[in-house]
Write a protein that binds this ligand. Structure first.
Ligand code: HEC
Ligand code: HEC
Length: 305
């Protein structure tokens, strides 16, 4: 009999243990809303538009963003985005967690050792190539729990500090893309622009084309000699919201530079891969140039045009 009952009980007990662990784990984790902003934790594509209130009303502008940056972000990130602002060396992470909060209700302070918190350096290409614009918007908006990066949006992540001043959605997008512009240079963007419009490469079936021949000089999938063919094959009526329509901010903001790099290297749908036809540096220059279809790019402070 007992051998008969054990296999039935075991799953139940396991289920109870899993539920208890899940509740404990949920209680200990600071929740950061990733999905609400349209980005997926795995970096996957969400074609559904993010709520209008989370998207910029006007095309983001690095120039406007610079003004915000030099008011609100420079103390930590430094005027040139190197993470070396006047406050950078003294920053510590806030000690907020459910335990400290709970004891705090009774006036007891659990003060741990203060941990240094170093501001991001936006010239760090390794880090920036793995960042999607939406993830950065989310960090700026909610703040980053348990680091000195404060929240500048209407909502604040649990465990984060409040930044001053509060910023509008448009200002957050402007300043995010200004930070983005530190990760490239005017020379790289110029190289990308040249390659995109002028480099004619083999696309198979005895044909050759530039990027602009399919994607359009304005990056909107229109006007190139092969654009209508692409529209007929893949873009169709969805033309403003398909991969390859670089002016669509909702779609592009979900992309990491590393993902765009992979698409160019290996190909994507009817687009051929460019492995062996373009160098890695040339592909990165193209990626940097593609972002300029989404925001009004300007050389960042400290960069020579
Ligand atoms: C009080 C200091 C402070 C201020 C002010 C501040 N930051 Fe930060 N920021 C940080 C720190 C510290 C980090 C690194 C967090 C970590 O360790 O993950 C950071 C990280 C970030 C990141 C994440 C970068 C990445 O690669 O993951 C973004 C984006 C960012 N800050 C944007 C801004 C913007 C925009 C402003 C101004 C509106 C701003 N920050 C103001 C301290 C600050
Ligand atoms: C023959 C036409 C054609 C040419 C030439 C072409 N592309 Fe594409 N490209 C497309 C199409 C169509 C898509 C969308 C494919 C899909 O939806 O699967 C695309 C997708 C992409 C993507 C992926 C976008 C995303 O959101 O994931 C990138 C990046 C890209 N192209 C960059 C380039 C660059 C850079 C060049 C020039 C070196 C180029 N393309 C040349 C047709 C082309």
């Amino acid at each position: 009999m007992s051998t008969h009952r054990t296999p039935q009980r075991l799953p139940k007990m396991l289920a109870v243990i899993v539920v208890v662990l899940a509740v404990v784990a949920a209680g200990c984790q600071p929740t950061v809303r990733v999905r609400g902003l349209g980005a997926q934790p795995g970096g996957g594509l969400v074609e559904a538009p993010a709520p209008a209130s989370l998207l910029p009303a006007a095309k983001p502008s690095a120039q406007r963003g610079r003004q915000v940056f030099e008011k609100a972000c420079f103390p930590c990130h430094g005027n040139e985005g190197l993470g070396d602002g006047p406050a950078a060396q003294t920053l510590t992470a806030p000690h907020k967690n459910p335990m400290t909060d709970f004891f705090g209700m009774f006036g007891m302070k659990l003060a741990g050792e203060k941990l240094p918190s170093r501001p991001a350096n936006f010239h760090n290409q390794v880090a920036m190539r793995l960042n999607a614009p939406f993830t950065m918007v989310e960090t700026i908006s909610l703040g980053r729990p348990h680091t000195a990066m404060p929240s500048f949006g209407p909502k604040i992540a649990y465990g984060a500090n409040r930044g001053i001043p509060a910023l509008t959605t448009q200002e957050i997008w402007d300043v995010m893309f200004y930070e983005w512009s530190f990760a490239t240079t005017p020379q790289i963007v110029a190289l990308g622009r040249r390659l995109y419009n002028e480099r004619t490469l083999d696309i198979g079936n005895g044909r050759s084309a530039t990027c602009a021949d399919c994607h359009g000089t304005a990056g909107d999938g229109r006007g190139g000699q092969l654009s209508s063919e692409m529209a007929a094959r893949v873009w169709g009526w969805k033309q403003q919201a398909s991969p390859g329509i670089f002016t669509n901010v909702n779609l592009m903001a979900q992309r990491k530079p590393s993902e765009l790099f992979q698409s160019i290297l290996n190909g994507h749908g009817p687009m051929p891969g460019y492995r062996g036809k373009l160098t890695e540096d040339e592909i990165w220059a193209l990626v940097d140039y593609l972002w300029t279809f989404v925001y009004e790019w300007r050389p960042a402070r400290g960069q020579r045009p």
